[in-house]
Design a protein around this ligand. Structure first.
Ligand code: NAG
Ligand code: NAG
Ligand code: NAG
Ligand code: NAG
Ligand code: NAG
Length: 536
């Protein structure tokens, strides 16, 4: 009796030590620590592996990562670069057979399903909800390898191909209330490791996230599993406008929103304990005060878009291979500019965030968003309590990265609707865009809680809005452009990542310099000048 009491006290204590309520804190059993001693890496970039073989490896990798990452998959050079940030020693492998020889699995069983059908989601979900290791098998070749290692079939789910609800209908399967994963059944490898690690439901409807005409209640049932104010959705949806539909649906059901990760390989492996990583907040150089004899200038900040897109960040955004125009551009560092970046990286892949922060030049400044802990339309939260929880988590994650500004994308919601975020001490201001066309606010500035909310003025976005030439002309023609006491004196320029790059910003900056009336600064410096000079 006494012994039992002591044991349960220990169990309670160790639970209390877990960072409760933060993104992904529910995914580990508490023993999962920081960097990894040795990682077995399957080189799918060198050996040719089928999707089925990769899925089997990835689901096993997710199970192992519940305790500590041991196994990962490399499909392209960037995957390896990120894996090297969590483990200095790696061993290469070429196939599932070798993996099971090097990391044998006595307790493993497999679930049989068919790739590209509902049974893929059913199988991954079954493996997620199982306490014991379950490998997802979708081909005869994989089954042969598994059986050669003594791994037997647990469940045959191939006949769930026409039932998107199978996992939801099993009352004995418990899924995470903190994470939901929307993933195309034709691309099941990304996020399968994270699903299994975190016990998340993995689901996919043919149509829109919110109102699939075929499956009206699938998103509703899946998203209703989530605890409002303590959950997040990963992956990406289908349908005509997956961005609006999925962000709107995940926000309005009360999760923190959506993190675009549908091509993210090894998310469950990179998801190690943030505190062990020693994140170093961004370098900051105090801005030189403006020379009082100089005539006042129009202050401009360029902000590269789409940092919410974590699958892109983990893929070619920062590819070391060449000059791709974004973070790996040869021109990065030549001009002061801002970059949006999902602060969720601090929790999802902390060593990746550290590598990005360490690689920033003094002319790069990373701001959070859109729109915070995850991509949410903050005016779509169901209630204030949910928005407060989102704001607190956003603040916690921004603090890890030393971010001070949050870029909010709203669903036609104006400055006042960002209030809860601006109640957080470490959030100094908001750059506010509207979902439809970013710069709908045309540079308007408001003060909420005495902190600036600055609307984008002109988008560097072709062909829909401005290109370098038309942007510079439009700026030069602004009325009262050196009036530093009003919004007329300031411009935030959203740079559309899919049509413009760092080189274009450098070119625009040169033209603006020749004009002589403009000063290009980091986002925080623009915000500081606004707070200091603009009459409220
Ligand atoms: C799995 O189920 C399908 C459909 O019911 C069936 O055709 C197949 O033979 C089963 N496979 C095994 C290995 O039991
Ligand atoms: C999944 O099942 C639903 C019915 O629940 C069906 O309408 C849909 O076509 C199926 N999807 C696939 C990819 O087979
Ligand atoms: C940058 O964008 C411009 C077009 O706006 C394009 O001509 C150029 O090739 C791009 N540079 C890189 C490195 O992608
Ligand atoms: C910029 O846009 C203008 C107006 O649409 C167009 O005439 C011009 O050719 C464009 N410049 C470049 C470099 O694409
Ligand atoms: C320029 O500023 C003056 C006063 O500061 C104001 O009356 C006028 O409306 C402004 N012009 C425009 C086009 O905003």
């Amino acid at each position: 009796m006494k012994l039992n009491l002591a044991l349960s006290a220990i169990a309670l204590l160790s639970q209390a030590l877990l960072p409760e309520g933060h993104l992904f804190s529910s995914c580990t059993d508490g023993s999962s620590g920081g960097k990894v001693d040795n990682l077995l890496i399957v080189r799918a970039d060198k050996a040719s592996l089928t999707t089925s073989e990769k899925l089997a490896i990835s689901t096993y990798s997710g199970y192992l990562a519940r305790t500590s990452p041991q196994l990962a998959l490399v499909t392209k050079p960037e995957d390896l670069a990120w894996l090297n940030t969590i483990s200095e020693t790696t061993t290469d492998s070429n196939n599932l057979d070798d993996v099971l020889s090097k990391i044998p699995c006595d307790k493993c069983t497999y679930v049989l399903c068919e790739i590209g059908s509902n049974s893929t989601s059913a199988g991954i979900s079954f493996a997620s909800a199982s306490k014991d290791p379950v490998i997802v098998a979708t081909s005869d070749e994989v089954v042969t390898v598994l059986e050669a290692h003594g791994i037997t079939m647990n469940m045959n789910l191939t006949d769930t191909f026409d039932d998107a609800f199978w996992a939801l209908d099993q009352s004995d399967l418990d899924f995470s209330n903190h994470l939901s994963i929307i993933q195309n059944v034709n691309n099941p490898v990304p996020l399968s490791d994270l699903s299994v690690k975190c016990g998340a439901l993995n689901w996919w409807g043919e149509g829109d996230c919110e109102k699939d005409p075929q499956l009206p209640s699938l998103p509703a049932r899946a998203l209703n599993l989530l605890t409002p104010g303590d959950s997040v959705v990963l992956g990406w949806g289908g349908g005509d406008d997956p961005e609006w539909d999925c962000v709107h649906a995940s926000t309005s059901y009360g999760s923190f929103g959506m993190i675009a990760t549908d091509q993210a390989i090894n998310a469950g492996v990179l998801n190690i304990d943030a505190e062990s990583v020693g994140l170093t907040p961004q370098k900051r150089k105090p801005a030189a005060p403006q020379d009082p004899d100089e005539s006042p200038k129009h202050t401009i900040s360029f902000v590269m878009s789409d940092g919410d897109n974590v699958q892109w960040i983990l893929n070619d955004w920062s590819a070391e291979t060449g000059n791709n125009g974004w973070w790996s551009s040869e021109d990065r560092g030549k001009v002061k500019m801002g970059w949006t970046l999902s602060p969720s990286l601090g929790s999802l892949a902390p060593t990746v965030l550290k590598a990005i922060l360490d690689g920033a030049t003094e002319n790069d400044q990373i701001i959070a968003g859109p729109s915070g802990a995850a991509y949410a339309f903050v005016n779509d939260f169901p209630d204030d309590a949910t928005f407060d929880a989102f704001s607190a988590e956003t603040s916690y994650l921004m603090d890890m990265a030393g971010m001070k500004i949050v870029n909010v994308l709203n669903d036609e919601g104006w400055a006042e609707s960002t209030k809860n975020l601006l109640e957080q001490d470490n959030i100094d201001g908001v750059f506010l865009y509207e979902y439809n066309g970013y710069s709908e606010l045309e540079g308007a500035i408001s003060f909420v809680n005495n902190k600036p909310v600055v609307g984008g003025r002109f988008n560097l976005w072709s062909p829909n809005f401005y290109n370098v030439t038309t942007l510079v002309t439009a700026l030069a023609e602004l009325p009262n452009l050196t009036d530093i006491t009003s919004s007329d004196g300031y411009t935030v320029i959203p740079v559309h990542a899919w049509s413009h790059n760092v080189t274009d910003i450098v070119e625009a900056a040169q033209l603006l310099e020749e004009d002589g009336r403009f000063d290009i600064v980091l986002p925080e410096e623009l915000l500081r000048r606004v707070a200091e000079n603009v009459i409220q």
